[in-house]
Design a binder for this molecule. Structure first.
Ligand code: ATP
Ligand code: MG
Length: 413
C-alpha cells in the first residue's frame, strides 16, 4: 500500500521566481532542525509541497504536530506514498478515507504533476471514486463542500494519497525576514510578541533585563524556559541577560519617583539597540499593547520610543489581553508566564507611576545621571545563553562572555 510520509503544504501567494526557492530551501532547513529528535530520513521538495519521510515508518501524529509548529507550514497531511499502480493507490485511498473519522460525504481529487501517466485525472477520480463507493456504501459522494476530500497526487513515478490535513501555524520560514532583538520579560506579552515576529520569518534575539543582584535570578531561568518552550518554532539562537538591579537603584536615587519606570525603559531600549547593532538586527520588538498598563499610554510610549533609532515593532499593540493569553496557551508559554517572579520591573516600583509623561521632565530626569556611562557598562557586562533550535542564527564574532550558570534546560541544567 505504500509507506507513510508527511506532506507539508505552504501558501504559495507571493512566492514567485527566486523568492520561491529561498522560501522552500529555508523551510527544508528549518524542518530538518525542528525534527532533530525524530528518525527523519529525508526532507525534500516535491512539486509544490515538501515531503518528510522517516526510517521505520515512524511518521506519527506526533511528528505531524512538530511539523505544524514550524513557521511557513500552512497545513500538514499524513499521506501514503504508493507506486504508480492502480491497486496500490486505490487501497491507500480506502485506508486514508477509513482513517478520516466521522463523515457523511466525500469526493476524490486527483492531480497529475507529471503527465507521463496515461490515466487522465478525471479518469483517476472515477476509478478511485468507484473503489471508495464500494468500500463505503453508506457514504455519499458530494462534489461541492464534501466533509472529506481524498487527494490523489501523481508526482514523478509515485502517488501520494491523503484524506485529512491539520492546520500549521502559517507565516514564513524563520530566516527569510532578517534578525530582530526582542525585549523579553517573563510576562505573558513579550513571549507572544517574540513568537509573532518569528512566525513572520524573523530570527529573534531576546534580551532580558533582570533585577540581579537586587533580586534573585529566577526571572532569568523563566526566560530561558520560555525560550525552550518556543523551540518547536525554531526562532531563537541566543538569549541575552542584562543584570540591571544595581543600575535601577542608581536611577531610583537620581530621578523623580514617577519617572522611574520610563527611565528604566529608556535605558532598556538604548542597551537593546546596542545589542541589536552588535547582532546585525534591524528592529526592536516589544510586547506593548496600547493602554494595557500605565506605562503603555501613547505619551509614555513616545517618551521611551525616542531612544530608538531603528524601527520598534509592537505586534500586540492592538490585541486584547484575552487574545494574548490564548496565544500564550497555544505556543506553550502560558504556564511559565503565569508564575509571578521578581524581575527588574518589580524593583523600586514607584507608588504612582507617570501615565502621561511630559518630554521636558523626562529629559531633565534623563540628564540627571550619567546615562551614557550606564549604557556602556550594561552593554559591556551583558551575558548570554545559546540555544540549539534556530537553523539561521549567526552569532556576532565580537562577544565572548557566556552566561556563567544559565545553561539551556536542554543541556541538562
Ligand atoms: P509583558 O507581559 O511582556 O511583561 P507587560 O504587559 O507586563 O508586558 P510592561 O511590563 O509594561 O508590560 O512591559 C512592556 C514591554 O517592555 C514588554 O512587553 C517587554 O517587551 C518589555 N519589557 C518589560 N520588562 C522587561 C524586562 N525585564 N526585560 C526585557 N524587556 C522587558
Ligand atoms: Mg511585564
Amino acid at each position: 500500500m505504500g509507506a507513510r510520509v508527511c506532506l507539508v503544504h505552504y501558501h504559495e501567494i507571493g512566492l514567485k521566481g527566486k523568492n520561491r526557492s529561498t522560501f522552500e530551501n529555508q523551510l527544508v532547513t528549518n524542518l530538518r532542525k525542528a525534527l532533530q529528535a525524530f528518525p527523519v530520513k529525508d526532507v525534500r521538495r516535491i512539486s509544490g509541497h515538501l515531503l518528510v519521510s522517516c526510517a521505520d515508518d515512524a511518521v506519527t501524529d506526533e511528528l505531524a504536530r512538530a511539523v505544524a509548529q514550524v513557521p511557513g507550514v500552512a497545513r500538514v497531511s499524513l499521506a501514503f506514498h504508493c507506486a504508480l499502480v492502480e491497486k496500490e493507490y486505490c487501497d491507500a485511498a480506502v485506508r486514508a478515507l477509513g482513517e478520516a473519522g466521522d463523515f457523511t460525504s466525500f469526493k476524490v481529487h486527483a492531480r497529475r504533476s507529471s503527465t507521463t501517466y496515461a490515466l487522465h485525472s478525471i479518469d483517476m477520480n472515477r476509478l478511485v471514486g468507484d473503489v471508495l463507493c464500494r468500500a463505503f456504501p453508506d457514504k455519499q459522494v458530494r462534489m461541492h463542500k464534501p466533509d472529506v476530500t481524498v487527494n490523489v497526487n501523481v508526482v514523478n513515478n509515485g502517488v501520494y494519497v491523503y484524506a485529512t490535513s491539520g492546520p500549521g501555524v502559517g507565516g514564513l520560514p524563520v530566516g527569510t525576514a532578517g534578525k530582530v532583538v526582542t525585549l523579553l520579560s517573563s510576562g505573558f506579552d513579550s513571549p507572544v510578541a517574540t513568537w509573532m515576529v518569528g512566525r513572520r520569518g524573523a530570527v529573534c534575539v531576546p534580551v532580558h533585563f533582570s533585577g540581579r543582584p537586587m533580586t534573585a535570578d529566577t526571572s532569568e531561568y523563566l526566560c530561558r524556559d520560555i525560550v525552550d518552550a518556543l523551540a518547536p518554532a525554531g526562532m531563537v539562537g541566543r538569549l541575552y541577560v542584562v543584570p540591571f538591579g544595581e543600575r535601577q537603584r542608581e536611577i531610583s536615587l537620581a530621578v523623580p519617583q514617577s519617572l522611574r519606570i520610563i527611565t528604566y525603559r529608556r535605558v532598556m531600549f538604548a542597551v537593546s539597540e546596542r545589542i541589536a547593532a552588535l547582532e546585525g538586527a534591524k528592529a526592536l520588538v516589544t510586547g506593548e499593547s496600547l493602554g494595557q498598563v500605565a506605562s503603555q499610554t501613547l505619551d509614555n510610549i513616545a517618551a521611551v520610543n525616542e531612544m530608538a533609532t531603528m524601527p520598534v515593532l509592537r505586534p500586540l499593540i492592538g490585541s486584547d489581553k484575552q487574545e494574548i493569553m490564548r496565544r500564550a496557551q497555544q505556543i506553550g508559554t502560558y504556564d511559565l508566564s503565569a508564575q509571578s517572579v521578581d524581575d527588574c520591573c518589580t524593583l523600586f516600583m514607584p507608588r504612582r507611576p507617570e501615565t502621561h509623561a511630559r518630554l521636558a521632565e523626562v529629559h531633565a530626569a534623563w540628564d540627571s545621571f550619567d546615562h551614557d556611562a550606564m549604557i556602556d557598562d550594561l552593554v559591556r557586562d551583558v551575558e548570554y545563553v545559546d540555544f540549539d533550535q534556530c537553523a539561521s542564527y549567526r552569532p556576532p564574532a565580537s562577544l565572548r562572555a557566556r552566561h556563567r550558570d544559565l545553561l539551556p534546560a536542554s543541556e541538562g541544567n
